[in-house]
Design a protein around this ligand. Structure first.
Ligand code: NAP
Length: 301
């Protein structure tokens, strides 16, 4: 059992309830690009849980109806992705304190006729960074990012999880860069309620001041559908050679941002590692079982 699942496993599910509920899926728009079905299905099959993971393409106008359907007897829960992570929070019965603080939900559990909302993006990102050699595991099994500066691209649902994860891990400073400045400013204000370090928000990349030991995280959807980068290459080129670039996008596996990082000799990784860890945590929320991490990882190779 991985350390992460030992820590986060909660006796939420009863065995009879889990076997009765066989439908689980991804709510989002778009969803076709997602690797979650292969990741989660392999885990259910490995544990002999007769659940089927489905893709539920859900435009904003159908979100309420889709979430309501999760209350039916045979639904185990759902993952939530772009662009619904914030909107869905208000449609659930109970919100886990971490998801409440973040203001975004990516995992819904149907339990005892209630819909519970969780955020596994935040811890999933920290586990992923740690796998790439970024951060140290403290004695309490939490990841420390002391000594790093974080540049977060985006201020949507995934970025909110990242901002709270990075600051709770103790980054020296957080810079939020987003197309709509107000959204970055709102996130900065929210994060500062629990974080003493400096938080900056901006929407003009020319004003970015590079710091040494930077972690640049793309939490926008820019690069998913076309060869564009959320950060102009000439700005990326100003960062030190010890910068680590992480793109939450994993399909395509090589985004324009990651190609630029590689050309500049910067360490970089795509979002597969985060997909794995947030997915493993979601699996444990649905089933109460430790996720078979190695089996899930193998589906992403
Ligand atoms: P979201 O809530 O819809 O947020 C989208 C973000 O992208 C916002 O910051 C938005 O900026 C920005 N954006 C969208 N189009 C843009 C454009 N043309 N130019 C500049 N900025 C643009 O979506 P999300 O749920 O946070 O997901 C964001 C990305 O993270 C997606 O690609 C998703 O697949 C990925 N993700 C991956 C994982 C993983 O496990 N690897 C987990 C979570 C998310 P504005 O605020 O200005 O609109």
């Amino acid at each position: 059992m991985s350390t992460q699942n030992k820590r986060l496993m909660r006796p939420l599910r009863r065995a009879s309830e889990t076997t009765m509920r066989t439908r689980v899926g991804l709510i989002g728009d778009p969803v076709a690009h997602s690797f979650s079905p292969r990741l989660q299905q392999a885990a259910f099959d490995a544990l002999g849980i007769p659940a089927r993971y489905e893709l539920w393409q859900t435009p904003a106008a159908q979100l309420l109806e889709r979430v309501r359907s999760l209350c039916e007897r045979d639904y185990l829960g759902a993952n939530v992705t772009i662009p619904h992570k914030q909107a869905v929070l208000h449609l659930l019965d109970r919100i886990d304190p971490l998801a409440e603080r973040i203001g975004a939900v990516n995992t819904i559990v149907h339990h005892d006729d209630y819909l519970h909302g969780y955020n596994t993006d935040a811890p999933g990102l920290l586990y992923a960074l740690q796998e790439h050699g970024i951060g140290r595991l403290r004695q309490n099994n939490q990841v420390s990012l002391k000594g790093y500066s974080a540049l977060l691209l985006g201020a949507g649902g995934a970025a909110r999880g990242a901002a709270f994860a990075l600051t709770s891990a103790g980054v020296d400073r957080l810079i939020i860069f987003n197309r709509h400045l107000e959204r970055a400013q709102l996130l900065a204000t929210d994060v500062q309620q629990n974080y003493d370090g400096p938080v900056f928000s901006l929407n003009d990349a020319n004003f970015l001041i590079p710091h040494s030991s930077s972690i640049i995280i793309n939490a926008t959807s820019v690069g998913m559908h076309e060869d564009v980068s959320p950060l102009p290459p000439e700005v990326l080129a100003r960062f030190d050679s010890d910068t680590f670039v992480y793109d939450m996008i994993y399909n395509p596996t090589q985004t324009y941002l990651l190609c630029q990082a590689r050309i500049m000799g910067l360490r970089n990784a795509n979002g597969l590692s985060m997909l794995l860890h947030q997915g493993a945590l979601a699996f444990t929320h649905w089933t109460g079982e430790p996720a078979p991490l190695d089996i899930m990882r193998a589906t992403l190779l």
